[in-house]
Every structure is written in structure tokens, then in C-alpha cells.
Design a protein around this ligand. Structure first.
Ligand code: AMP
Length: 285
């Protein structure tokens, strides 16, 4: 496994791959890898000659009072897991390497970023799109793999790629869950045992919503109320948002009309968890 830490070396490696006709699949991460990340690495390995995984805890996507300093950093283990899953190269730059002195350029996707996580974390998506654009320029991948766990992020990045004519194909990958339904996340390790036990409520609430929709319910207010009432059965859970939006525009909708995104953010203490459900079809009457 090759570990690259400088932009110069990554540029050279990627240019070599292209000269030799090798396709690059790219998996951007913040490390502390789990099965969710590894599923993206495996998907890339299956479709590309070379798979590059970036591990970079990107400071510009964290708000002032968020968990940048305590975010888990486990590079040795991440390298081992990436290799086992089919990665060829780890790109692990420092923050100083990525954002030199007097850094001044940011990318802002103006639609899609106002609601949901953009409302609770106003500078988050600007940081995500900026770092992903920089990583695309550094790695020059043919394909890049993103999890539907972060459905809004996936939509925002796809919009950036389309609007800025970037020549990379964005490949969405399904949410990977723990056996009890909790969506895997590097932040799950912050949860106390009691919070971890209650955290399955996000998936339980989404499952109840799916059952209602399958039974023919299309009123978004009724579905939201059901989700909130289930989340509120857990005393350690505080709802940040429960939203039902058109998956193309991210505008709030009153009636389920696929493709629809049902998205949740729930706090357990200082740990904020997100999960979602994409509705691609509704029951015909
Ligand atoms: P992160 O390291 O949290 O920035 O995530 C890196 C990538 O892994 C993003 O594309 C995430 O959507 C994806 N990812 C994180 N958790 C999961 C999961 N449980 N299932 C699928 N993909 C995931």
C-alpha cells in the first residue's frame, strides 16, 4: 500500500496512471473507517484499475463549536482496512498541505444547501464542496464514490460536478447499517452505552415511515408526526430536524411524490446522528 502525503506526489502518481491508461476510482473520507467506507472502496476496486482513498479531516467543513479536535484519527488501522478492501493508495495530506497560507477560494453550491444539514451547519457544505473539488483536482479520478448515508452531500456534490463541468462520474452507494439498524458512522463511537442503545430509534422511525407509505399514506405532515413521535419515545434523543423533501430540489413537500427524501438529524448529548430514506415509488391506489 502506497501512502502519499503531498499534493505534488499525488499529481505525479495520478498523471502516471493516466499515461498508462489506468482508470482511477476515488473514495474521499475523513478516516476512522468502518464497513460503510469499506463498501465504497470495494465498489471502486470492482470498477477501476486503481483505487485511491483520501483520509483528511477537513477543517473547513466543521463549525466553530463542532468536533474537529476530537474527531477520531486512526491512520494505521485505516491503511490496513483500506488495503484489505482493495485500495492501492492512501492520500493523507496535512491541513497545512491542503490549505496553504492565505487560502482564499471556496465553492458554494447555492441551491440544495439551505435546508436540512445546511440549516443546522451553515458553513458545512461550503467546506465539503471546496475540499472535494480540491481533491478531484489533485487525484483526477474517473469515478468517485459517495455514500447515500449523506444524501444531501451526495446531491450537492453531484450538482457541483454538473455545474462546473468536472469530468468525474459520481457513484452513489447504499447505506451500510449495524445489525440493529443503526447507520454506520465514525461518530457512533462517541455514544455512551445508553445512547448507543437508544440510537437505533432513527432507523425504527424511518422503518415506520416506510410502512405507512407502503400502506398508502402520502401526507408528509402525518408521516413527519409519526417519525417525531417515535423519536420522542427516547429520553436521550433531541430532534434537530425531521424533513421530507423533493429529492431533486430539496424543497419541502406536502405530499409524497417520488423521488422523495425523508431525512433525520437527532442529537444524543453532543453527538449528532443523521439517517435517511429515499422513496422511489409509492403504492398505487
Ligand atoms: P466520512 O468519512 O464520514 O466523511 O464519509 C466518507 C464517505 O463514506 C461519504 O461518502 C459517506 O457518505 C460514506 N459513508 C459514511 N458512512 C456510511 C454508511 N454507513 N454507509 C455508506 N456510506 C457511508
Amino acid at each position: 500500500m502506497k501512502i502519499i502525503t503531498t499534493i505534488k506526489e499525488m499529481h505525479e502518481y495520478s498523471a502516471d496512471c493516466r499515461r498508462n491508461g489506468k482508470s482511477i476510482g476515488f473514495v474521499p473520507t475523513m478516516g476512522a473507517l468502518h464497513e460503510g467506507h469499506l463498501s465504497l472502496i470495494r465498489a471502486s476496486d470492482a470498477e477501476n484499475d486503481i483505487t485511491i482513498v483520501s483520509i483528511f479531516v477537513n477543517p473547513t467543513q466543521f463549525g466553530a463549536n463542532e468536533d474537529l479536535d476530537k474527531y477520531p484519527r486512526t491512520l494505521d488501522r485505516d491503511t490496513e482496512l483500506s488495503a484489505e478492501s482493495g485500495a492501492d493508495v492512501i492520500f493523507a495530506p496535512t491541513a497545512a498541505e491542503m490549505y496553504g497560507a492565505n487560502y482564499a477560494t471556496y465553492i458554494n453550491v447555492e441551491s440544495l444547501t439551505q435546508g436540512l444539514c445546511g440549516k443546522s451547519r451553515p458553513t458545512h457544505f461550503r467546506g465539503v464542496t471546496t475540499v472535494v473539488a480540491k481533491l478531484f483536482n489533485i487525484v483526477s479520478p474517473r469515478r468517485a464514490y459517495f455514500g447515500q448515508k449523506d444524501a444531501q452531500q451526495l446531491a450537492v456534490i453531484s450538482k457541483m460536478v454538473a455545474d462546473l463541468n468536472m469530468s468525474v462520474e459520481i457513484i452513489p452507494c447504499p447505506i451500510v447499517r449495524e445489525l440493529d439498524g443503526l447507520a454506520m458512522s465514525s461518530r457512533n463511537m462517541y455514544l455512551t452505552p445508553a445512547e448507543r442503545e437508544q440510537a437505533t430509534i432513527l432507523y425504527e422511525a424511518l422503518t415506520a415511515a416506510q410502512i405507512l407509505i407502503t400502506a398508502g399514506e402520502t401526507d408528509a405532515a402525518i408521516i413527519k408526526e409519526k417519525i417525531a413521535s417515535i423519536l420522542n419515545t427516547k429520553n436521550l434523543a433531541t430532534i434537530d430536524y425531521v424533513e421530507i423533501v423533493d429529492f431533486a430540489t430539496f424543497h419541502e413537500i406536502e405530499t409524497i411524490k417520488p423521488p422523495t427524501l425523508i431525512a433525520l438529524a437527532v442529537k444524543f448529548g453532543n453527538t449528532r446522528l443523521i439517517d435517511n430514506l429515499i422513496i422511489n415509488e409509492v403504492q398505487k391506489p
